[in-house]
Each structure stands twice: as C-alpha cells, then as structure tokens.
Design a binder for this molecule. Sequence first.
Ligand SMILES: *Cc1c(COP(=O)(O)O)cnc(C)c1O
Length: 390
Amino acid sequence: MVFNSWLTERIHQIKDQNLYRELTVMTSGPAPKVTINSQNQLVFSSNNYLGLAADERIIAASRSAAKVMGIGSSGSRLTTGSNIWHQRLEEKIASFKQTEAALLFSSGYLANIGVLSSLAEKGDVILSDELNHASIIDGCRLSKAKTVIYKHVHLKDLETKLKETQKFNKRFVVTDGVFSMDGNIAPLDQIISLAKAYNAFVIVDDAHGTGVLGANGRGICEYFGVQPDVLIGTLSKALGAEGGFVAGSYILKNFLLNHARSFIFQTALPPCICAASVKAFSIIEEDKRRRESLVAKSTFIRTRLRELGYEVKGTVTPIIPIIIGGTKEALNFSKRLRQYGIFAPAIRPPTVQEGESRIRLTVTAEHSYEDINQLIEAFKLLSTNDEVTK
Ligand SMILES: *Cc1c(COP(=O)(O)O)cnc(C)c1O
C-alpha cells in the first residue's frame, strides 16, 4: 500500500460525508470584526466571551512578565520550569474559585486527561454524561477504570447507573458544567446530591462557566452554591489566555502533581501567559458589566432567532446553537452566512450527533447591538430561503 494513496482515500471518504475540515486563517487579532482572505467578517463563534484576549491591560501585564522572565519556561514544573508566575496564578485561581488550592496544566484538555487517568484506577467506574467534551472522553479512554455513559443531564438515568455500579471500588461522576456544543447548564446541585447519596465523587469541567456564570463570574459552583470534589477549568475561553487548571483541596493538588502524567511530562506554561491570566482574573473580579452585557446580548439573540422560527438551544450562556440537521445543510448554511459577512462555522459529527449538525453561535461582551442586528438580519434572509433551510 502506498502511504499517500491511503491518506488520499481517507480524505475522499470524509469529503463524501461532508465531514472534511480545513483551517481558516485570520489576518487580524481576536475581535468581533476580523479579516479572512481580505474579507471583513463579523465573528460569532469565538470563545473570547469577555473580550479579554486582546485587552491592553493584559497585554501590558504579559509584556512586563516576559521582559523579566523570558518566553519559554524551559522545563516541566517538577524540574526547572516552576516560577513565581505559576505560583501567583495558582493562588489567584484558588482564591477566585474559593478552593484551598489549584494546579495549572498546559491546557484544559491536558487537565481533563490528567485528572481522569490518574484518579480513576482499575476497579473503579466513571459515569460520564453522553455529551461531555472530547477531552473528558479521552480522559476516560486513558483511564484503566470502566466508563459508563448516562443520558444527557438525565438524573433518573444517572441514578439507575449509580445503583448498578455499587460493586465498583471508587465511583466518579464527570460532567461539563456548561455543555460546549449545546450551551445548556448541567444541574450540578442535583448531580452532587445524587452522587453523595451513592457515595460517588464528582468531577466538573467548568471550561465555559469560568468568568461567565455566577454573581461574580466564579463559574458553575457559584451559580449553584456547591463545590464538587474536583473542579477543572480553562484559561483559554473567557480569560482570553491559555492553559488549564484543577481547583480543589491541597491533598488533591499534591496527588495530581505526583500522578497526573499530563502534568508531570509537560513543559510548564510560559510565565508571561500566566501573568496575563492573573490580570484577566483581576479584571473579571472588578468589572461586572462585561458579564451582564453578555447575558443581555445572548438573551436578545436567542429571543430574536426563536421568533424567526429557528430551533435554538441553551439558556443563559453565550453559546447559542442553531440546529440545522444534516451535515451538508449545516455547511451550506455556514457558507451563506459568510456571504452576509457572518463567520460561524458548522459543527458536525463527531463533535455532535448525526442529524444534529448546527451553527454554534457565540456572542462576546465586545459585540455591539449593530453587530448583533447584522447577525439577525442574515438569519432573517436565510430563513426565507427554502433552499438553505430545507
Ligand atoms: C475547550 C474545552 C476544553 C479544552 O480546553 P483547552 O484549554 O482549550 O484545552 C475542555 N473542556 C471543555 C468543556 C471545553 O469546552
């Protein structure tokens, strides 16, 4: 077999299924208005929810840290890579999340696989929501524990599965806080009480809740007034920076630092990116308005698009999925949006289930109502076009 012909054949297969993916190269920084192939586009698909990714104060904080500490951290945290900025950021995360301690990972993805593969051992079971993020799925795959999938946010099904798995050693329930492709919130208060009743531990991935949910933006735990055994998050969404973290007890931090392979065998985050996150947390703590405007804008968009007859998912989060159905139709819809100057890619299997392809809109605090009206106008024009909406 010729290597390249095998690759070509596989590429043809995904193209036939409308599942081919390619890169879009932006020639401008993170903002609602960007340039793609010399065309101006309004981006409604970024995770830069609070508009902090290009904030001048954060750039300045990062620059001054880089001047002193350099760019690369030059080692893993357990060898020569740990410095004062990792320590400051971990303290900041712990205080923001109101936990004893926090441990940084190089990304949310690595935090998820590190946590699940080290905490869940042979003889254990992980109960995982069917719509959990790919990094949770991969963490389950890397773990030697058995994985049992429960129906999406379905407490009855979770309870049934908790009952059926009593013979296992340790039991973990793992869930996204905000589901990244559906924009809905896991009923964490009820999940935690249920898990407690059956002696199971709870792991929550608050990638999309951090900086967004709760009266002070502390995330899903503040929103429900609860604390899981393990809280995972990312610094690459509302914080506008890069990196992942686990927040919890000192002993949990110590355990992960000694057992999580994606922590141990990874070069530490660059100090300047940690300085950026420290500043981003401070801004979030001081500035409520960004978060409030985000809720107002996402509510406005949901209401308007529902009025136009679209199937819109989710609640108060800035993730606004519009269900289209087929992969081809979703791709076509996204293409038509681009012709109207709106950039929002189609989300297809395996990211979402077959027949549930969608346009995943997100809104940020930086979008103006003029931008939003342009978005609504494009959807209005497309809703009267039978060819696109089937
Ligand atoms: C984005 C995301 C991650 C991954 O975080 P990164 O820091 O980008 O690696 C993990 N979990 C969920 C739910 C996410 O949406």
